[in-house]
Design a protein. Structure first.
Length: 201
């Protein structure tokens, strides 16, 4: 009778904080959101812009509520991390780039959002300063949040037992919400000690 042997998987990384966490791993797989270009008609432009603006408002409200809760529970320093993402949503020049793609190129709102935020992320990743490169993750997280609202995919991470969450990347806002659940630790594939995800965790 053959004996089933289970080999351990050892993954090495960069510790972002002191201490050791031991527990079951919860794999948090986030589907890649890469909407396809679906050209719209001139008559649909305003409708697409309104859809985009609604997604921005929903994203802003989501982050604002977490900001307020974080300020009360953990203090202003942690709340400022969420405020940075809110500030990006308040950048009218930035958001106007999305609306211009909808107006002039007749892009659907989802694709226009993906296009602009992807270009901004790539720009930050090319910068020599590590601090600014880490801000590319903030852009990435915001892109995902807005696209979720545009596509109606608002499911949130819900732990049933105490676990170590393993994912490619986790939005700092999600981590703050997870602190209220049975979370033992985090392990992400991207980011460093200066990333907002690491600081919050």
């Amino acid at each position: 009778m053959a004996e089933n042997k289970r080999s351990d998987i050892i993954v090495k990384g960069i510790p972002a904080s002191a201490g050791i966490s031991i527990g079951p791993a919860f794999l948090y797989y986030q589907h890649t959101l890469e909407p396809e270009l679906q050209p719209i008609t001139k008559e649909s432009v305003q409708e697409e812009i309104q859809k985009f603006q609604k997604a921005i408002e929903e994203s802003r409200e989501y982050l604002y509520n977490i900001h307020q809760e974080t300020d009360q529970r953990y203090g202003r320093d942690f709340a400022e991390i969420v405020q940075i993402q809110i500030s990006i949503l308040d950048d009218t020049i930035f958001l106007n780039e999305v609306e211009q793609l909808i107006r002039k190129q007749l892009y659907n709102a989802e694709y226009a959002t993906f296009k602009v935020f992807q270009l901004k992320k790539e720009h930050f990743l090319r910068l020599p300063d590590e601090y600014f490169r880490e801000r590319a993750l903030d852009i990435q997280n915001l892109k995902r949040l807005i696209l979720k609202n545009l596509l109606g995919k608002k499911a949130e991470l819900d732990l049933k037992i105490k676990s170590v969450v393993v994912s490619d990347n986790i939005n700092p806002a999600e981590i703050i919400k997870l602190h209220h659940q049975d979370i033992l630790g985090f392990c992400t594939d991207v980011g460093g000690k200066n990333s907002h995800t690491a600081i919050v965790a």
